[in-house]
Design a protein around this ligand. Sequence first.
Ligand SMILES: Nc1ncnc2c1ncn2[C@@H]1O[C@H](COP(=O)(O)OP(=O)(O)O)[C@@H](O)[C@H]1O
Ligand SMILES: [Mg+2]
Length: 281
Amino acid sequence: MEQRTQIGYLVGGGLKENFRVRLTVSPQEMQEGAFVVIQSGHWNYYGIVTDINLGATDPRFADEQTEVRFPAHIAKALHGQTLYANLEVLPNLMLEVGPELGTPEYKDWQGKIDAGLKDAPRILPVKNIPPHHAVVSLANEGDIAEIFGDPNKESNFVIGHTREQNHPVCIDLDKFVQRSSGVFGATGTGKSFLTRLVLAGLMKHNQAAVLVLDMHNEYGFDDVASDTKKAVKGLKTLFKGGVRCVGLEQEAPSEAIKLTLIWKSQREIFPQVILKRFHVS
Ligand SMILES: Nc1ncnc2c1ncn2[C@@H]1O[C@H](COP(=O)(O)OP(=O)(O)O)[C@@H](O)[C@H]1O
Ligand SMILES: [Mg+2]
């Protein structure tokens, strides 16, 4: 497995509050939202960085600009001893990984699972915590695949990539269509982009017929991103005949309909119009 990049070690926290992690790399190498793995004993814990903060063993060391008063090497040594940065990590999931790979203990552990004497490990909600100084690393490609699914599996659709190391993040469309889902976030955080992507995934994988009540005409036709001004392809452009756009006043009929977009109109009686359009009496 690809080596993980170590970023720090556990110094405190718990299940109710988040874990606190002392960074051993520059805080500028980390971003909020990064996926991290805490390795300890037979377990891996998976979490998300929710905050990055600066600390000092004594507030005076943070307040005083020692680099101005002391030679550079002394200031550097002093900073190393007194100033630090911590991550706050929300622990989400844990997975039993067993003893170290290749050891007799691992063979024994795996043997018990194979013989049905022990349940095969699976991802669980976090129910215990690793001890002090457990090693914390950035999640590698294998970890991301373990949590979000293997991008090579047929029903897994890549919806984005991790920001630090560009690992693919998937959703399982088979499972996705079986349950209710919502996309939540403040304005401008990417809800419409994500929704368009998920709709495109459902259509590409021919997973489900989709009816979108698109009250802002966002998904059917080409548009321009409001902030970056980059062109954004509409689903009608991407899937052509597979998408039927139905205005409340107009219609563009086509075969093999995977998606029907009903786009905005001022008409007030739209429930009746929808029923009529879909030939429901
Ligand atoms: N996955 C993404 N990758 C890159 N940029 C994105 C992504 N999602 C959103 N954006 C950028 O953020 C802007 C706002 O996204 P949008 O989906 O319109 O937000 P919302 O619907 O939550 O208000 C877009 O115009 C786009 O430039
Ligand atoms: Mg939006």
